[in-house]
Design a protein. Sequence first.
Length: 276
Amino acid sequence: MTDKIREEDQLIKEKLAPKQFIKKPINGTKYTLLISSAKGGVGKSTFSINIAFALQNLGLKIGILDADVYGPSLPKLMGLKEKAQSKDGKALIPVEKYNAQCMSMGFLVEETTPMIWRGPMVISALKTMTEKVLWKDLDVIIIDMPPGTGDTQLTFAQQVKVDGAIIVSTPQDLALLDVKRGIEMFDKTGVKIIGLIDNMSFFKGDDGKIYNIFGEGGVEKTANDYKKEFLGKIPLHADIRDATDKGDPLTHSNPTHEVSLIFNDIAKKIKASNFE
């Protein structure tokens, strides 16, 4: 075999070889935590914002990145109307409130502007928010992921150094089907799953009775089936909605509320197994 043939053979092998991704850490933070849900409408964004401030209640310096390019919710959840600023036209400065550093596509476009983008533009926007934001001295950045297992999830799993992920779901059978897909995706891409959350798990009526509106026990069973930690149950409670509608998450505005205490207990589990 001639040298030229050997060289051509090597080039063919390189082209056919699986692509190797370099996972880059997010500058300015010690720990990157994804909050994911394979299905929309399960309260993932509300969970994200409240667990962020529950971690802050434990003394951690937090950042919050809203990675849902098509449906950003962080500006509303935090009561923020400011736009992201840049001193040099390249790097973005996080918007700050309640001692939390925040970034969202909602800080870059008008509130009613639809994001009619294809995958490559979404990935470009995500790279901007992970590589060109001046996060500063964070203990943890909480990333509120869009629902599903598409381009955004793969970009983070393959190209960002992710330290852990939490999967949020209701106990409804339909939602749990997608949770299983989410678990498989993170396992295949080498992302550590910290645990599963049973959100909107139950409703406590004025009569004191517990009502399992979306079913019971499905999230915990799924966690056990896949040998993942079950982190806990979050109830359906009007005070959670009222607080976020006002732009001041419950775990920040009322950290001793009965639901805030549940979030705080979950935050302690996360901190104990990942930050200590």
